[in-house]
Design a protein around this ligand. Structure first.
Ligand code: C2O
Length: 537
């Protein structure tokens, strides 16, 4: 095992896209930021120095950070942000994980431009459980706004309304030639006839689930969220913000230029966002004058494709990579996901949009929750987050109710989980305000997606249909529009762990909660001691 060291200088740089130049926050002046390469078993040290005017905090999305929440990154959850002029070294081991993950800013909406890929290679001498590709290509999907994102968000918050949607989708920071002034901002990957390629795809978009396809070629999906799956072929993939997907592609077609394209999946009758980002898969020797072919993407609102695609995802569950699904459950949690409206005297309509789990809107504390936990600082949080909604209702079928109004408490309410207990969490979408699909991400763990369905979860019938053999194991799951998803995990990682919708819009409105996982030995024994340079608040 090696020690991999990185220096991340957070700095502002002028970037131009879509005929607009603007200063953006970057790491090392790169957009997207640098890729982190490490091998299973390595230690990674990333020193982040903040030269920008914003407070900064970086999350290593999907890294389990065993007993080491100090390196997890969400601002005010596991650390206070790195202030302008200061540095902090994220130090962690890569244990039992290999595959594609990613990193991003975890404060305000700064992840709009502060993100990059993480490539974790298997241990030396351990091959992939699928045919070795000739080459690998990282494809990080994102969004671009022509105006300053933080200003846009502040305005939205003042009015109590969502900010404008992005002006483009991007592939490796580039929108591709379907957007104005973007001919030169097109990602091109050159391929050779007869060779095979592993595409490492990350959805770093802020607010859109995306379909992604390559004209003329099928994908073989081999891994999601850094966990191997049973390989299957498909024309297109669906990937939610936060998720990663590795696919194999054979360059075995008539040599030419083929578009790779990403477009939002919107589970609504009339999709509003039709922006398509493109990049080019170009066979060696083919001139740039050849017009690329466009792939057929599923229709923007093709929810049946989404259901079928997600149903194909199964853990590899081989002797070498078993799926250790918890069969018995110690703790049952049921969280409703709701969008709502709360009073806001200074806002445009006297109200502002909020979001909630079990009708509780998360309020961000002033100091890191993990510090408060570790140092036993009183009055920072409570651990009385309810295991289920106060009053059950017809979640997806009832008319709008008083539940629209969410409860805001002065300090965050967390859920306390016993160490090593097995947890089942059912996430239930509701029609409070509107049904919508929500990609939920849990920090500190992977979980198994044992079941999902449309309508209301039925505790009498649905568990009988769970897949407890080879369900997909991941860190982010899309809860379907007007439906539910059941996940299971073993709470074997002590600390304070965030869980939230990975649509930045919803996170900002409070669609989040944190778990306090304790082993009874007291936080000082179960959690590693905090690093000396942990940022102060
Ligand atoms: Cu990728 Cu808490 O996020």
């Amino acid at each position: 095992a090696a020690v991999k060291k990185y220096q991340f200088d957070v700095q502002v740089k002028n970037i131009s896209r879509l005929c607009h130049a603007k200063p953006i926050v970057t790491v090392n002046g790169m957009f997207p930021g640098p890729t982190i390469y490490a091998r299973e078993g390595d230690t990674v040290l990333i020193n982040v120095t903040n030269h920008a005017q914003y407070n900064m905090s970086i999350h290593w999305h999907g890294l389990k950070q065993f007993r080491n929440g100090w390196a997890d990154g969400p601002a005010y959850i596991t650390q206070c942000p790195i202030q302008t002029g200061n540095s902090y070294t994220y130090a962690f081991n890569v244990t039992g994980q290999r595959g594609t993950l990613w990193w991003h800013a975890h404060i305000l909406w700064l992840r709009a431009t502060v993100y990059g890929a993480i490539v974790l290679m298997p241990k030396q001498g351990t091959p992939f459980p699928f045919p070795q590709p000739s080459q690998e290509v990282n494809l990080v999907l994102g969004e671009w706004w022509n105006t300053d994102v933080e200003e846009l968000v502040n305005q939205g918050n003042k009015l109590g309304l969502p900010p404008n949607m992005s002006d483009a989708h991007t592939i490796n920071g580039k929108p591709g030639p379907l957007f104005p002034c973007s001919e030169k901002h097109t990602f091109v990957t050159e391929v050779e006839q007869g060779k095979s390629y592993l595409l490492r795809i990350v959805n770093a978009a802020l607010n859109d689930e995306l379909f992604f396809a390559l004209a003329g070629h099928n994908f073989t999906v081999v891994e999601i969220d850094a966990v191997y799956v049973k390989p299957f072929t498909t024309q297109a993939i669906l990937i939610a913000p936060g998720q990663t997907t590795n696919v194999l592609v054979q360059a075995d077609r008539v040599p030419g230029r083929y578009f790779m394209a990403a477009r939002p999946f919107q589970d609504v009758p009339i999709p509003v966002d039709n922006k398509t980002a493109t990049a080019i898969f170009q066979y060696k020797g083919i001139p740039n004058t050849v017009l690329p072919t466009m792939p057929q993407l599923p229709a923007s609102n093709d929810s049946s494709f989404a259901l079928r695609y997600n149903a194909k995802l199964k853990s590899l569950n081989s002797p070498q990579f078993p799926a250790n699904v918890p069969l018995a459950v110690d703790r049952h949690l049921f969280y409703t996901i709701g969008l709502g409206i709360n009073p806001c005297p200074t806002c445009l309509n006297g109200t502002r949009l909020t979001a909630s789990l079990n009708n509780i809107t998360f309020v961000t504390p002033k100091i890191g929750l993990l510090q408060a936990h570790y140092f036993n600082t009183k009055g920072v949080f409570k651990t009385d987050f309810p295991d289920r909604p106060a009053t059950p209702f017809n979640y997806t079928g009832a008319p709008l109710t008083a539940n629209l109004r969410t409860s805001l408490t002065p300090i965050p309410r967390l859920s306390k989980i016993a160490y090593n207990s097995t947890v089942e969490l059912v996430l239930q979408d509701t029609n409070l305000l509107s049904v919508e699909s929500h990609p939920f991400h849990l920090h500190g763990y992977n979980f198994f997606v044992v079941g999902t369905g449309v309508g209301n979860f039925d505790p009498a019938k649905d568990p009988a249909k769970y897949n407890l053999v080879d369900p997909p194991e991941r860190n982010t799951v899309g809860v379907p529009t007007g439906g539910w998803t059941a996940i299971r995990f073993r709470a074997d990682n002590p600390g304070v762990w965030f869980m939230h919708c990975h649509l930045e819009l919803h996170t900002g409105w409070g669609l989040k909660v944190a778990f306090v996982v304790e082993d009874g030995k007291g936080p000082n024994e179960s959690v590693l001691p905090p690093p000396k340079d942990l940022p102060p608040c």
